[in-house]
Write a protein of this length. Structure first.
Length: 374
């Protein structure tokens, strides 16, 4: 059974977005379960998109503008890491997510998604490389979404490792090509599952099907910018942007059709019906929002700092500048809390210290750290 959240559209007008925290400033936030402290770790990042934690206390951060940097333990930024491929930076496209290989301590390999240029436009691609000091070496493109297309929108781009070491890659419908989300012969509006060498996973449902791409895992998606593996079931949970309303959370299973654009709880921008809200054989969302919160970034909280948040799902909101906390009972959302941060939240990660780290999507983007107030 799916649930939804409806909020008054007028509330968006009441939000005042800050320009960001200062380095010596900490903000106290009251929430349902605890009093929180929000502090800035680092700033000076141009639209940061993805974040990964390294064992030496550093972080690896991507900037949509096409740069990857280290963030040192004191919050200072390194110079851009060299060795990135050509990246088309336009609209929502650029350098996107970054994750560490499950055996990173042995091989120093990272994977990152980006907007890859080509003869007929661009598309989401994923590369693997060895992180050696301040440079990337042994770079190999392991996935390139097809077809290339002239569009500045809906790249998806989140990367999540499955429990067996396969890599899930989330993709968007590229805006003008939304009907492609209902086919199996393009990557538009899909989740794909590949090995770390880029080969279709043996678990994929269309390995032997004619006129279907073998790396496709699920379809009928609009634009997935949040994905996380459930810590107990190891199932892939995703959220995706609706149009005007209808942002969704789904458990993303093999061969399932999540309906876009045949079914949606959203409408055309400026108004107008798109499709139905349900149809037999198409998956209903686990949870949805009307109006849209513009979700980006997602993690299951499993740390010790926020004991009352354990097994909760944390989602960033670009539109309302909030961290959305969802309490779960199995595959149901039973409670939702909106925690006002005041900046566009692009990514949400749990750190090794149990704190919640947030990336803010702005020209002077920040890394924020959320902890319980002592």
């Amino acid at each position: 059974m799916h649930t939804f959240t409806r909020i008054l559209a007028a509330s968006a007008v009441l939000l005042t977005f800050s320009t960001g925290l200062s380095a010596r400033q900490a903000t106290e936030i009251k929430s349902d379960k605890a009093t929180l402290q929000l502090e800035m770790v680092s700033d000076g990042l141009e639209h940061p998109w993805g974040l990964a934690f390294l064992a030496d206390g550093k972080m690896l951060v991507t900037e949509r503008a096409g740069r990857m940097r280290y963030v040192n333990a004191d919050g200072s930024l390194s110079e851009p890491i060299s060795g990135l491929p050509d990246i088309t930076v336009a609209g929502q496209g650029g350098l996107l997510d970054v994750v560490l290989h499950p055996k990173f301590t042995d091989n120093n390999q990272i994977f990152f998604s980006y907007n890859e240029p080509g003869a007929n436009g661009s598309s989401t691609a994923v590369a693997r490389a060895t992180l050696t000091g301040d440079s990337l070496t042994d770079l190999q493109v392991i996935f390139s979404a097809q077809p290339k297309f002239e569009s500045r929108h809906h790249f998806g781009g989140r990367l999540v490792f499955a429990d067996n070491g396969d890599l899930f890659i989330t993709l968007g419908d590229r805006g003008q090509r939304r009907d492609d989300a209902q086919t199996h012969d393009t990557h538009h509006g899909k989740v794909v599952r590949v090995t770390t060498d880029g080969k279709p996973s043996a678990a994929n449902p269309y390995l032997e099907k004619d006129n279907a791409l073998a790396d496709v895992w699920s379809y009928g998606h609009r634009n997935i910018q949040g994905a996380a593996l459930h810590p107990q079931t190891n199932q892939l949970w995703t959220h995706e942007h609706g149009p005007q309303g209808g942002d969704e959370i789904n458990i993303t299973r093999a061969a399932h059709n999540y309906g876009w654009p045949v079914i949606t709880y959203g409408e055309e921008y400026g108004g107008g019906k798109i499709g139905k809200t349900s149809q037999q054989g198409l998956e209903q969302p686990l949870h949805y929002w009307v109006p849209s919160i513009a979700p980006s970034g997602m993690t299951f909280y499993t740390g010790e700092l926020f004991k009352a948040w354990q097994q909760n799902l944390l989602v960033g909101s670009l539109k309302f500048g909030q961290l959305v906390r969802l309490e779960l009972s199995g595959e149901k959302v039973i409670n939702e809390e909106r925690i006002m941060i005041g900046q566009r939240i692009r990514d949400v990660r749990q750190g090794p210290d149990g704190a919640v780290y947030l990336l803010t999507d702005q020209k002077n983007g920040q890394i924020l750290r959320l902890t319980p107030k002592k």
